[in-house]
Design a binder for this molecule. Structure first.
Ligand SMILES: [Zn+2]
Length: 149
């Protein structure tokens, strides 16, 4: 049995449906009611399995699409991000601005996560993904207006 959510799994379920067609042909198209009922039940089961496998395959494809989008974004941002203090920032004319991104997640996985203020703390920011803490003074919000050209 191939892994679920693969083309092989879909093909295998379709082969189940083909087996039903083969059985009908081999009978010379002469089947009693009970055999016909059984074969129709097999056919319905194969179609249901095909639908399920196609749904799983669709989610595999969607995950891959999301991964491609993420990789493309990482590629685009790679040239436009700058480290300042303990975080990364987008840049305008090479000058960092805006909200800080987690430096650990960017350097390890090329993923961009904004740091959040820790609840009830003005001194600490936290990455929602890796949960690393950062000092707020080392990861400030940089106002874009103040670096306007
Ligand atoms: Zn992180």
């Amino acid at each position: 049995m191939p892994a679920h959510g693969t083309v092989s799994a879909v093909i295998q379920t379709l082969e189940g449906a083909q087996e039903v067609a083969k059985a009908i042909r081999q009978s010379g198209y002469l089947l009693d009611k009970n055999d016909l009922k059984r074969l129709l039940a097999d056919l319905s089961a194969s179609i249901s399995e095909s639908k399920m496998e196609l749904t799983l395959l669709q989610s595999v494809i969607e995950e891959k699409d999301a991964e491609l989008i993420r990789m493309n974004e990482a590629q685009v941002y790679r040239g436009n991000l700058r480290r300042r203090g303990d975080a990364y920032y987008k840049t305008i004319d090479t000058r960092p601005y805006g909200q800080p991104y987690c430096s650990y997640c960017w350097e390890k996985d090329n993923q961009l996560y904004h740091l959040h203020n820790r609840i009830l703390s003005r001194d600490t920011r936290v990455c929602p993904h890796c949960k690393n803490d950062y000092q707020a003074v080392r990861t400030p919000f940089l106002d874009a207006d103040k670096i306007a050209v």
